[in-house]
Structure formats: structure tokens, C-alpha cells
Write a protein that binds this ligand. Structure first.
Ligand code: PLP
Ligand code: COI
Length: 366
């Protein structure tokens, strides 16, 4: 971990003068959905070329002032992360693999020509955010606090070059289920659009990737599906990932497969955790290529028995149906598969302190 001067930044704290009323908050926490309500505080840290990271603070949640010429508004120099804080079985609070998010954030920063944030400062910023708003944990079963660290170019400058000023922020949102449909398994639309080309920014978690996914996502929604699936940009054949999740395939011989990290998909932290957990369950685990045609054929023959999506927001979500311009097919019985449920329970159990954490993934912060 980096031990620079910035690491030792101390956070000034400015409590919210008018936090959300307890009864309104209680209502939100009983039914949080995903990404619509925000807690009382946020973290902000500034970066200036030459001076480095400075002025770390926890301040009231609210709008920020930005120069209309700020580079992010024109050239999308922006990256983000997504992780969750969990209430543990014993009442404590923990983060799940926050250092992995910190490392991925810096990988994204390098790809977007942005300054890196020392990993321990990233984790400390997230910790400060959670502790400032620890009354904001959902009361609903399966709830957590979703954390969104992000960084953007704040310099007012219209020339096309990496900016010299940035802001790093963390906001928090109480979270329940990501998918509104409440269906036992989700339905997926295979897009004709592609998300990321070789050599592009597909492996970085930058806002621009998501901007490019909005038309295909809207198409998926309007056709009645829950998520969009992208094929590779070169051959339009190989399965890459969903708009906001990685994919896993489960076969009748007890093996599982997930698309390999070729630089065009996001290296999911849930994906990496599940690869470890699945191997521990005695499954043969493969990272490799899998085509849409093969997926369809294997689903028809019964060789493929389950498919699930995974990510911080989606946790582990079964895929029941796949549709494209060529038609649709069903996975297994169309509902949640056994292995999907088993892996989900294991992961969630570790995240919530109900199953022993033998990997050092759980960082207790309270
Ligand atoms: N792929 C994309 C495009 C994502 O947005 C996400 C979510 O962050 C993932 C995969 C899963 O990553 P993680 O498990 O780290 O949340
Ligand atoms: C996440 O799972 O954290 C994501 O970022 C996916 C989506 C909500 C953008």
C-alpha cells in the first residue's frame, strides 16, 4: 500500500445542519430499492497538479459547484467504483474487499490519464463516509449501504489533454434489490451494439463506458428484459458481459466458466471472489471464451444447466431467459439454479459475517 504524505491526510468534518428526518429515513430504509436515496454526508478530496491530494473532508450531502468549462463535462474524464458496507451479524459494520476496489480505481485512473489515489486513502475515505452515516443501513432483508467513490476532471479548460485538477468524492446510498422486477431469474437482451473494442477502455470503470451502454440498455428495457448483454466487438460472437455485471456458466459436468479478462470487460471483484469460492467447492473453474451460439446449443442439449450474473449491485442473480434478434432460449427451468443459489449464499454469508472469512476479504470498520 502507498505510504505517501497524502495517505496521512486527515479529514475535516462538517456535520449536516439539517439531516434527513428520522421518520423519512426509516421509510427509505424499509424499502430502499437501488440508487435513488442518498445519505446525509459525502466525502470530497481535491487534487491539484504539483500539490497532490489535499483538503480531505466529510461534508453535508448536496449539489457541487462546477465550472461550465470543467473538462469532465466535455471529454468525460471520469472514473468510479462500486462497493458495499454490510451490517454484520454481531451488529458491527464491514466493507468487502475495499482494497480491491482501490486497486481497480487506480487501474482505471491510469487508463484515463488521471492521478492515482493512494489505496489506503481510498479505503479511509470510504470508511469515513460509512461512519458519518451509519444510521443509514437498510432494515430490509438483504439490504446494505452502496458506496460510490468517483473522480472527475474539474479543471476549467477546453483543450484536449489530461486535466490538472480533479475531485475525488464518495457518496452513499442505502440499497436493497438491484432488479425491480422481483422475478426469480432475470431476462437478458443480446445487443447488436458493442460496448468496448480491443485497446479501448472496456476494462476501466469509466463513465463513458456506461454512456455507450445506455441505448442498448434502453432497448433491452423496452423489449421487456432486465439487462443487456454485449458480444465482443471484433467478431460479434463471444460473450463478454452485461451492462453492469459479469456472467458465469454452469455445466452438467460440475464445471463453471466465465469470460476471460481480455481487456474489454470489467475485472469484477464479485467475479474474482466467486472463482475462488467455486474452486473451494470442488468445481472445475475455467476462464475462457464462450460463444452465443454455443451457449444456445448447450442450453438446448442440457449441457449448460445454469447461468448467473454477478456484481456488487446485483450480487449473484440467476439468468432465466436470453433473447436476441434471432429468437430466445431458456436456461434450465428458467428459474434459479442450485449452484447459483449455493454460491450466492456462501458469498453473502461471508460478506455479512455469518460464514468464516478465510481470505481476509472482510474489513471491519465498526
Ligand atoms: N461489469 C460491469 C460493466 C460492471 O459495471 C460491474 C459492476 O461494477 C461488474 C462487471 C461487476 O463488478 P464488481 O463485481 O466488482 O461489482
Ligand atoms: C456495481 O455493481 O457496483 C455497478 O457499478 C453496476 C452498476 C450499478 C453500474
Amino acid at each position: 500500500m502507498a505510504t505517501t504524505a497524502e495517505t496521512r491526510l486527515s479529514f475535516t468534518k462538517h456535520p449536516h445542519p439539517a439531516p434527513v428526518a428520522a421518520d423519512v429515513r426509516a421509510q427509505v430504509l424499509a424499502n430502499p430499492g437501488f440508487g435513488t436515496a442518498f445519505t446525509d454526508h459525502m466525502v470530497e478530496i481535491d487534487y491539484t497538479e504539483g500539490a497532490g491530494w489535499h483538503d480531505a473532508r466529510v461534508i453535508p450531502y448536496g449539489p457541487i459547484a462546477l465550472d461550465p468549462a470543467a473538462a469532465v463535462l466535455h471529454y468525460a474524464q471520469e472514473i468510479f467504483e462500486g462497493l458495499k458496507a454490510y451490517r454484520l451479524a454481531d451488529g458491527g459494520i464491514a466493507l468487502f474487499r475495499p482494497e480491491a476496489n482501490a486497486a481497480r480505481f487506480n487501474a482505471s485512473a491510469r487508463r484515463l490519464a488521471m492521478p492515482e489515489l493512494p489505496e489506503d486513502l481510498f479505503v479511509e475515505a470510504v470508511r469515513q463516509q460509512v461512519l458519518a452515516d451509519k444510521d443509514w443501513f437498510p432494515t430490509v432483508e438483504g439490504g446494505s449501504m452502496y458506496l460510490r467513490p468517483f473522480m472527475f476532471a474539474s479543471e476549467a479548460f477546453l483543450g484536449v489533454r489530461p486535466a490538472k485538477q480533479y475531485k475525488f468524492m464518495v457518496i452513499a446510498s442505502p440499497a436493497g434489490n438491484y432488479f425491480k422486477s422481483g422475478a426469480p431469474a432475470v431476462s437478458i437482451w443480446v445487443s447488436d451494439y458493442t460496448r468496448a473494442a480491443p485497446g479501448g477502455t472496456g476494462a476501466a470503470k469509466c463513465g463513458g463506458n456506461y454512456a455507450a451502454s445506455l441505448v442498448p440498455t434502453a432497448e433491452a428495457f423496452s423489449r421487456g428484459h432486465d439487462q443487456v448483454l454485449f458480444l465482443d466487438a471484433a467478431e460479434r460472437k463471444w460473450i463478454e458481459e452485461l451492462g453492469g455485471m459479469n456472467l458465469f456458466f454452469v455445466f452438467d459436468d460440475g464445471s463453471i466458466l466465465t469470460p476471460e479478462l481480455t481487456g474489454t470487460i470489467l475485472p469484477g471483484i464479485t467475479r474474482s471472489s466467486l472463482l475462488t469460492l467455486a474452486a473451494e467447492e470442488g468445481l472445475t473453474v475455467r476462464e475462457g471464451r464462450y460463444s452465443l451460439d454455443q451457449w444456445k446449443a448447450d442450453a438446448a442439449s442440457g449441457k449448460l444447466v445454469e447461468t448467473f450474473a454477478c456484481g456488487t449491485a446485483a450480487v449473484v442473480t440467476p439468468v432465466g431467459k436470453v433473447a436476441s434478434h434471432e429468437g430466445e432460449f431458456t436456461i434450465g427451468s428458467g428459474g434459479p439454479g442450485q449452484l447459483t443459489q449455493k454460491l450466492r449464499q456462501k458469498l453473502v454469508g461471508i460478506q455479512r459475517g455469518e460464514i468464516a472469512d478465510t481470505h481476509g476479504w472482510v474489513t471491519r470498520i465498526a
